[in-house]
Design a protein around this ligand. Structure first.
Ligand code: SAM
Length: 272
C-alpha cells in the first residue's frame, strides 16, 4: 500500500473502533457518511447501527476490500461506495459523519462538513492530537485561534478520547484524538467566508488590539476594494472624500471592540 500518499493507518483496536461509533449516538433511521473507510473496521460497526452508509474512498483497492467484507450479507444493500477524493466530492444527504481520515485533509474535512446543508446532526472524527486540541480550545486559552473561532461559530466541539499510535497498523508518527462536533441548528446567519475573513485580519496579530490588526499592511486596501465592489452591487453611492480608514475606525469604536484583543474574545464577541 502507498501509505504515505493515502495516509493508510488502519485502526486495529476493536474497542476504539466501537467507542467511536457509540459516540455518534446513531439512530436506526440514520444515513451515515463515512470518509476513508479503508478495510472497513469502522464501516461494519456503523452498518450495524444505522439505515445506510455512504462511504467515500479514494483508493480503489480499499474500496474493493470493504465491499468484499459485506458481500452476500444483509449489510451489502445498506452500503454505497463513492470512489474518489472526499475534498472534491459532491456529497449526498447524511445525518451523521464518522471518519478516520489522513490528517492532511483535516481542515477541509471540518469546513466541508460545516458548510453542508442541511447541516449534519453530529460528526465523530479522528485527528492528529495537536489539531484536535486547537479545535476544542476555549476562547482566551493558549490554543485559541482562527481555527477554533471558525469552527465554534457553527458547532459545539468536544474532545472524546485520546488514541495512541499503537492502535493503528502501521503506527503513525503522531498521537491521535477523537473529537465530536455538534453543529448548531439553525446555523448562525453568517457566511463562512466573511467570518473567516474577519478572523484572518484579527487573529494574525491576536495579541495586539483589533484596531492594530486592521491597520496592518494591505488590510485597508483590501477592505476598500471589497467595499467599492459591494457598493456597486448594492447601488450605494460613495462620497468623494471617502476614507476607508475613517470608516474602519468608526465601526470598531461604535462596536466597542477597537481596543480588545482577539486572543481574549469569544465567538459572541466576534459575531458582534
Ligand atoms: N477508516 C479506516 C480505519 O479506521 O481503519 C482507514 C483509515 S486510513 C487512516 C485513511 C483512509 O482514507 C484510507 O483508506 C485512504 O485510502 C482514504 N483516503 C485518503 N485520502 C482520501 C480522500 N482525500 N478522500 C477519500 N478517502 C481518502
Amino acid at each position: 500500500f502507498d501509505t504515505a500518499r493515502f495516509g493508510q493507518h488502519i485502526l486495529t483496536n476493536p474497542l476504539v473502533a466501537q467507542g467511536i461509533v457509540d459516540k455518534a449516538n446513531l439512530k436506526p433511521t440514520d444515513v451515515v457518511l463515512e470518509v476513508g473507510p479503508g478495510t472497513g473496521n469502522l464501516t461494519v460497526r456503523i452498518l450495524a447501527a444505522c439505515r445506510k452508509v455512504v462511504a467515500v474512498e479514494m483508493d480503489p483497492r480499499m474500496a474493493a476490500e470493504v465491499q468484499k467484507r459485506v458481500l452476500g450479507k444483509p449489510e451489502q444493500k445498506k452500503l454505497e461506495i463513492m470512489l474518489g477524493d472526499f475534498v472534491k466530492a459532491d456529497l449526498p444527504y447524511f445525518d451523521v459523519c464518522i471518519s478516520n481520515t489522513p490528517y492532511q485533509i483535516s481542515s477541509p474535512l471540518v469546513f466541508k462538513l460545516l458548510s453542508h446543508r442541511p447541516i449534519p446532526r453530529c460528526a465523530v472524527l479522528m485527528f492528529q492530537r495537536e489539531f484536535a486540541l486547537r479545535l476544542v480550545a476555549p476562547a482566551g486559552s493558549k490554543l485559541w485561534g482562527r481555527l477554533a473561532a471558525n469552527v465554534q461559530l457553527y458547532a459545539r466541539v468536544e474532545h472524546i478520547m485520546k488514541v495512541g499510535k499503537g492502535n493503528f497498523r502501521p503506527p503513525p508518527q503522531v498521537e491521535s484524538s477523537v473529537v465530536r462536533i455538534m453543529p448548531r441548528d439553525p446555523p448562525p446567519p453568517v457566511k463562512f467566508e466573511e467570518f473567516d475573513g474577519l478572523n484572518r485580519v484579527i487573529f494574525s496579530r491576536m495579541n495586539k488590539t483589533i484596531r492594530a490588526g486592521f491597520k496592518a499592511k494591505g488590510v485597508a486596501e483590501m477592505l476598500e476594494k471589497n467595499y467599492r465592489t459591494w457598493c456597486a452591487e448594492q447601488g450605494v453611492i460613495i462620497e468623494d472624500d471617502f476614507d476607508i480608514r475613517v470608516k474602519i475606525d468608526t465601526i470598531l469604536t461604535e462596536a466597542g471592540y477597537a481596543d480588545n484583543r482577539a486572543a481574549k474574545m469569544d465567538v459572541d464577541d466576534l459575531l458582534k
